[in-house]
Design a binder for this molecule. Structure first.
Ligand code: FAD
Ligand code: NAD
Length: 333
């Protein structure tokens, strides 16, 4: 049995931890956030849960399809019966058209982080704990955290953090850097939640628009109320990265009123900045990364191309890397 530290309680970390625990290993998961979920987190508000990050997920691989089936059976996930539409801007002419397809899209119930929480059930999880530095000595890894507490004697470490954060941690620890250019991997996204009069546009609106990437209407999501979440695209989010929430509420209101004809009051709810949100196009996929001669691996959705499903698959691959290492160790003992 190995003692393993998993840094990051998003879906990658949760899938890795659950898989290792199933194989009889002892795992502790650490996250700087207040709860598990990472970019699948929903914010609890008076209006119900607001999905500020991932809006839904699809399942194409056999492994993830099987996992989704289990979540569905346990009531932790539901099919999102969403009407899809396309918002396009053709040289200033905005059009919204139905764009229906047969793709199955899933959501966590009652919030997007429910499946992550379900995987981590019964696994020690230390939240509100940012790991600042890692030390590797003969007896194993020690984690130094911003709470002032140290956690020692881990045989292996899995980093499931966005590349910039993983690289910073390695640098602060005097360890070799794993990424050639960590800042090139993930791009930002400002997410804005508002309450507005309901208009039968569709629930999942893909945007080919100079500013927007996606508009999601929460009306047909169990546990949520009739709010809209607007995701601004990476270029526009990056251009106005440091703007205040008021700027983003004004932008969202302007688009809804001027371009989509929404009438009546638009109430600002939450604006959230994701610094590391989505995979940058045309950058080679890094896959899993490993430190030379030390039992530490890094991986995440970014290893295989963003998306919730890829986070899950990265978690399984990270667990497999540790299992292979443990077998090799046993062979030499
Ligand atoms: P994360 O969820 O980012 O987890 C990493 C965790 O590490 C975080 O919880 C963080 O707090 C923690 N951490 C970082 N540094 C430290 C540290 N030093 N110490 C301790 N903990 C640390 N995908 C889809 O499939 N469908 C969608 O509709 C979709 N929409 C999206 C919309 C937005 C706005 C965003 C941001 C993402 C969206 N995605 C979507 C992508 C999807 O959310 C991600 O692919 C997935 O959640 C990534 O999971 P992860 O575990 O790899 O990383
Ligand atoms: P998917 O198959 O629903 O969508 C993949 C892509 O295909 C969409 O982004 C869209 O461009 C296009 N598309 C799909 N159905 C469409 C339709 N009916 N009409 C018009 N265009 C359509 O889901 P997936 O492959 O699991 O992708 C995950 C989703 O997560 C994508 O929508 C992606 O944009 C989103 N995402 C967003 C962020 C962010 O930062 N906002 C980060 C990661 C992923």
């Amino acid at each position: 049995m190995k003692k393993i530290a998993v840094l990051g309680a998003g879906l990658t970390g949760a899938a890795a931890a659950a898989s290792l625990v199933r194989q009889g290993h002892q795992v502790t998961v650490f996250d700087k956030g207040r709860a598990a979920g990472g970019r699948m987190s929903s914010k609890r508000t008076e209006q119900g849960y607001l999905d500020m990050g991932a809006q839904y997920f699809t399942a194409r691989s056999e492994a993830f399809t099987q996992q989704v089936k289990q979540w569905l059976e346990a009531g932790q996930v539901e099919l999102w019966r969403c009407k899809t539409a396309l918002l396009s801007d053709d040289e200033g002419v905005i059009s919204l058209t139905a764009s229906e397809d047969k793709q199955q899209r899933f959501i966590g119930i009652p919030s997007m982080h429910s499946p992550v929480t379900a995987l981590l059930q019964d696994i020690p999880l230390i939240t509100g704990c940012r790991v600042l530095r890692l030390d590797y000595q003969q007896q194993g890894w020690t984690l130094h955290s911003d709470t002032g507490q140290d956690y020692s004697d881990f045989d292996a470490v899995l980093l499931t953090l966005p590349p910039v954060q993983a690289q910073q941690l390695l640098k602060q620890s005097g360890l070799p850097e794993l990424f050639r250019s960590a800042s090139d991997v993930l791009e930002p996204c400002w997410a804005v939640a508002v309450q507005a009069q309901s208009i039968p546009w569709g629930d999942a609106i893909f945007c080919q628009h100079p500013q927007l990437r996606f508009i999601s209407h929460q009306q047909h999501k169990t546990g949520r109320s009739s709010c809209y979440i607007l995701h601004f695209n990476a270029a526009f989010s990056a251009l106005h990265l440091e703007q205040s929430a008021d700027f983003w509420f004004a932008k969202a209101t302007d688009i809804l009123q001027q371009e989509l004809g929404v009438q009546g009051e638009i109430r600002a709810l939450v604006a959230h900045r994701w610094l590391y949100a989505s995979q940058r196009d045309q950058v080679p996929l890094p896959g899993l990364l490993a430190l030379p001669e030390r039992p530490l691996w890094a991986g995440g959705d970014w290893s295989y191309g963003g998306r919730v499903e890829n986070a899950y698959l990265a978690g399984l691959s990270l667990a497999q890397a540790v299992l292979t290492y443990a077998e090799q160790q046993e062979g030499t003992e």
